[in-house]
Design a protein around this ligand. Sequence first.
Ligand code: BJW
Ligand code: ZN
Length: 278
Amino acid sequence: MESRPDEVRQPDEVQEPDSAQRMDQARRLLGSARRVLILTGAGVSAESGVPTFRGPNGLWRTRRPEELATPQAFQADPKLVWEWYGFRRERVGACRPNKAHVAIARLTLENENVRLVTQNVDGLHELALEEAASDGSYPAASLSRAEPIRLHGSLFRTRCTGCGDRTLDRHPVDVDSEASLPQCKKCAALLRPDVVWFGEELDPQILQSAIEAAEAAEVCLVVGTSALVHPAASLPLLTRESGGVVVEVNTEATPLTEVAVVSIRGPAGKILPRLLPV
Ligand code: BJW
Ligand code: ZN
């Protein structure tokens, strides 16, 4: 079920002497918390075959983010930027949710006090939810409550640079020439990917929901993010300032490791099914 090309192979879980105690401690914290926020980044999808942004196998190892993920880059060379997004749409479109997505989907469907906030634009949390609920055993209300708060938009939606119209779009992108790039059906202006680039404001309502969830949470479980990009990386700090704790799952140390009460080093697809109480 999970596709995992060689170039995104993850290191195995590190067998530190105290890793069992850390798992127990994290399980206890998650099990007793009245409200939990799960914040995910690209690492949660790595075992599905989606390249992360940074690091040795990162999407941007040959390009700086500023070259492609800014409004200025799109204005200067829309063809190049659409080429990159077209490539990613194709690649991500062939990926399947992994065991981490599945564990999170079950937990959010089962437990109304767990909210998911994701930085990911790949749609794999949503797909895992859809599949977990496909037998009809969850009411529509549980499904909509379990939907992730998507901070950075979607790879499978476009936004018109003229009239602002948003459309679902899973099509391959024709990057032959500037004239062949996706155009708005209503006003014929150039379409852009409906994602949040550097220097752009996040949707204020979406950000507000994420902030409220972070402040209300007794535990913020942070999974697979380098915690370098703000305001997403500040959300766990809000949980802490409000009296809650941070638990981290990542294959590497991050700036949040120091802040976390428990930091578990290992791949999300192995750790989360053992950690989450469903
Ligand atoms: C695994 C694993 C496995 C691997 N299991 N783990 C405050 C301080 C400093 C700067 C700023 C600030 N506030 C705002 C800024 C500016 C800027 C910013 O943060 N810059 C920093 C880089 C310095 N932020 C913004 O511009 C944001 N806008 C904003 O704040 O507006 C107001 C404002 C404007 C102007 C000035 C000031 C304020 C917008 C940010 C938008 C980010 N957009 C992107 C692209 C989205 C579209 C697309 O996909 O193309 O979002 S950038 C990219 O980074 C993407 C990601 O969502 C985001 C985070 O990356 P993530 O998910 O953490 O991935 P990686 O690759 O970095 O990390 C993967 C991790 O997984 C690693 O740790 C691995 O170890 C781990 N891992 N395998 C578990 N199997
Ligand atoms: Zn338009």
